[in-house]
Design a binder for this molecule. Structure first.
Ligand code: DLZ
Length: 162
């Protein structure tokens, strides 16, 4: 059995009852997206974030995520944003351009706006890989849960550090 401490972040438990979290997700690859959003909600619930403090918005595709995250932050008082998309490589260069722009864009938003933006974008080669990362296949793990816990931790740390 592999040593769990060698892979991934060691989890910390945080109480998110004071937090307001914005979730924005793309609608491409919707079945996988819905599972990831479910995992996010589960983690936020486990951290006591009130349902009324969770705002979920959708955009057409992952390309739209950075702009939407910036708008959400500008328009309301969130402690963290979780941006969710599923990019699956096709036959053209589309995947490379969008994956690169979206990851850079989300990082730019979080640094420029000083609000944690959790990177919930799967960049995978096949639908099977996406499904495994949404906990939809045997032995898979829903990464949405990790993103929810990361948003709570960083939202609280942002409050502490200000
Ligand atoms: C166009 C496109 C393609 C080919 N693939 C995906 C994908 O796998 N995942 C995703 O979230 N969005 C995809 N899109 C849509 C773009 O992100 C974007 O919504 C459109 O180009 C309109 O700006």
């Amino acid at each position: 059995m592999a040593d769990a401490s060698l892979k991934g972040a060691m989890p910390e438990t945080h109480d998110g009852r004071s937090l307001r979290i914005g979730v924005v997700h793309a609608r491409w690859n919707r079945a996988v997206i819905d599972k990831l959003v479910f995992g996010v909600r589960q983690a936020l619930h486990d951290c006591n974030v009130p349902n009324d403090n969770i705002v979920v918005q959708t955009v057409p595709g992952s390309w739209e995520l950075p702009g939407a995250a910036a708008e959400l932050i500008s328009g309301s008082d969130f402690d963290a944003i979780i941006a969710i998309g599923v990019l699956i490589k096709g036959e053209t260069m589309h995947f490379e351009y969008i994956a690169d722009a979206v990851s850079q864009g989300l990082m730019r938003v979080q640094v420029d706006k000083c609000i944690p933006v959790t990177f919930g974008v799967l960049t995978v080669l096949t639908e099977e890989q996406a499904m495994a990362r949404a906990g939809m296949s045997a032995g898979g793990h829903n990464h949405g849960e990790d993103w929810g816990f990361a948003a709570v931790e960083m939202g609280l740390k942002r409050k502490l550090w200000r």
